[in-house]
Design a protein around this ligand. Structure first.
Ligand SMILES: Nc1ncnc2c1ncn2[C@@H]1O[C@H](COP(=O)(O)OP(=O)(O)OP(=O)(O)O)[C@@H](O)[C@H]1O
Ligand SMILES: [Mg+2]
Length: 272
């Protein structure tokens, strides 16, 4: 083969690489916007449901021909005027809804916390509507397991900062199910908050003020300037106006809470 032929072969191989989709290409480098697009448009090629419950989320596999990735799909949408739990407690105006997973994610983005939650969109599948969340890559354990094993993050301060951000967000949206199974930890010790189907309660109070001991400076400033119109735009019809009003009242209480703490203890002890 002459030099000209060799160059032609190289060119053909090069063009071939450009046009052939790299099947199995890594999805981890995608931006949030690209993940969103993928979740909205990629074909659902498989799925399985862990456990037996009717409302348990599915683990679906999606592919756009280039990238294949999993996503969690929840269709739970339960509303009851009075809910009685197995421990005897009751909740008035109980809601457990996939809509809140989407609203929580969209609100987290507005607050600058979008990187702490998997991208979540609404998607129809098998004649149902549901929330489809990017399957978090490289999950090593959840918070329940970390606590059980007594494991500590290599950078404790960085870990605590993520925890405090999550607590502030959890109190803002009044999530009644912020249990240790809903906190995922990846191999870089990044904390991922999932499962907000029981958030957006109607109560205009902070559930656990004792959890709010420190706050990210940027988050506090963002909360200070957050308007009802911004929240309404983020959550749309997924959250009732009464629940948005309650959230705005909690926002005010959280800001006042931290302003008080800063006045008592000084900024360095509270803000980071
Ligand atoms: N986006 C995700 N990425 C990785 N793992 C996920 C994701 N979503 C859910 N999971 C896994 O599936 C489990 C159940 O999902 P989820 O918490 O949304 O549903 P659930 O109905 O509340 O279940 P449970 O009652 O066990 O908390 C999670 O605890 C987690 O281990
Ligand atoms: Mg859960």
């Amino acid at each position: 083969m002459g030099r000209g032929d060799a160059a032609l072969v190289c060119l053909i191989l090069f063009l071939g690489r450009l046009s052939t989709p790299a099947v199995g290409q890594s999805a981890s480098g995608l931006t949030r916007e690209q993940r969103r697009e993928f979740l909205l448009t990629a074909e659902i090629i498989g799925g399985r449901q862990n456990g037996e419950g009717l409302t348990l989320p599915w683990r679906l596999t999606l592919s756009d021909g280039t990238i294949t990735h999993d996503a969690s799909y929840s269709t739970v949408d339960e509303r009851r005027s009075i809910m009685e739990f197995s421990d005897g407690s009751r909740e008035v105006n109980f809601v457990d809804s996939y809509q809140y997973n989407i609203a929580a994610y969209d609100l987290a983005v507005v607050l600058g916390l979008g990187d702490m939650m998997p991208v979540t969109v609404e998607r129809r599948w098998q004649d149902k509507h549901g929330a489809l969340s990017w399957w978090v890559d490289d999950v090593v354990m959840d918070e329940a397991r970390r606590l059980k094993k007594g494991m500590r993050a290599p950078d404790t301060e960085a870990w605590n900062r993520q925890m405090h951000r999550m607590r502030v967000f959890g109190q803002l949206v009044y999530d009644t199910d912020r249990n240790v199974g809903n906190v995922l930890i990846d191999k870089h010790w990044r904390l991922w908050m999932i499962d907000f189907t029981r958030a957006f309660r109607l109560w205009a109070r902070i559930d656990r003020p004792q959890d709010l001991t420190r706050c990210d400076r940027q988050l506090l400033e963002r909360l200070r300037t957050l308007t009802q119109a911004e929240v309404e735009e983020a959550v749309g019809d997924r959250v009732s106006s009464a629940a948005v009003k309650a959230l705005m009242a909690r926002r005010q209480l959280i800001v006042e809470h931290f302003d008080r703490l800063v006045a008592q203890k000084g900024p360095a002890a509270v803000l980071y």
